[in-house]
Design a protein around this ligand. Structure first.
Ligand SMILES: Nc1ncnc2c1ncn2[C@@H]1O[C@H](COP(=O)(O)OP(=O)(O)OP(=O)(O)O)[C@@H](O)[C@H]1O
Ligand SMILES: [Mg+2]
Length: 252
């Protein structure tokens, strides 16, 4: 196992400390996270990789405040999530966190423009209109604004979901296999978008993926196995990530 100690003054957009998550009780219990500490620095694109069942989605859900830890702490910026009551947690998720899921999760009855604005409309605010206007161009959907999701390709729908995730200028966007349902070309477009959002607008993205090519778009990859953080890799390439993943395969 390789451990890297990174001394940095970059603030963290999100982090978990000694995160343990146990689902169920007794014989049926599953320890999905077995003591993970990891930070996601501001302005960085981090990929989370690891075998199926290694705890990637659990880590993301707990870090984002969608689920609670059994022990340990999760923080968005300086806010420790377990210190918040339900109302404050809901507000934090709404105002400071964006999400992109594998199944695009758009509202079918709303247009593209309405879907992008949905988090802001729910918050009862206008948001930053210039930012949203620029986002529409970044995701290349200006000529589709009045279409419904069912009239769009999968790649276009996921680009709407990316725009929606960034609409409220959140501190951090969490994406769980955002390219899992896309062909490779649409996947590349969505990954390029996430990368540009980080590099051009200093946003923070944390993305779970199975795909070494997708992970290579990130600034850093963190590897999970059996609910533990087992490695981190700076400046990943698809080949380096693939080699690292092969090392997980225990010879029988
Ligand atoms: N709601 C749940 N109830 C019980 N066990 C769960 C629940 N969610 C996840 N698990 C278990 O926790 C472990 C980690 O699951 P998790 O979904 O985090 O893995 P993952 O790395 O995202 O896997 P995949 O790559 O297949 O999406 C698995 O053993 C899984 O079966
Ligand atoms: Mg998962």
């Amino acid at each position: 196992m390789t451990t890297t100690t990174v001394t940095t003054t970059v603030p963290t957009a999100a982090r978990v400390v000694d995160a343990v998550k146990v689902y169920g009780t007794g014989d049926a219990s599953v320890r999905a996270l077995a003591g993970v500490s990891v930070d996601f620095p501001v302005g960085r694109f981090t990929a989370i990789m690891g075998p199926s069942g290694s705890g990637k989605s659990t880590l993301m859900h707990c870090a984002a405040g969608l689920d609670t830890l059994t022990s340990g702490t999760a923080h968005i910026g300086d806010t420790e999530l377990s210190s918040l009551d339900d109302r404050r947690l809901t507000l934090l998720r709404r105002d400071r966190v964006g999400f992109v899921f594998q199944a695009f999760n758009l509202v079918p009855t709303l247009t593209v423009a309405e879907n992008i604005r949905l988090p802001l409309d729910l918050a009862g605010g206008k948001g930053d209109l210039e930012w949203i206007d620029a986002l529409i161009d970044v995701v290349g959907l200006r000529d589709r604004l009045h279409h419904r999701p069912s009239e769009l390709s999968g790649g276009q729908q996921q680009r709407v979901a990316v725009a929606r995730a960034f609409a409220g200028q959140p501190d951090v966007v969490f994406a769980d296999e955002p390219t899992g349902n896309l062909d490779s070309r649409s996947g590349e477009e969505v990954l390029g978008l996430l990368g540009r959002a980080v590099r051009q607008t200093a946003r923070t993205v944390v993305m779970v993926t199975h795909d070494p090519v997708a992970a290579a778009h990130a600034d850093e990859v963190v590897f999970l196995a059996d609910g533990r953080l087992v490695d981190r890799m700076e400046s990943p390439t698809a080949d380096k990530v693939l080699d690292r993943m092969k090392a997980f395969e225990v010879p029988s």
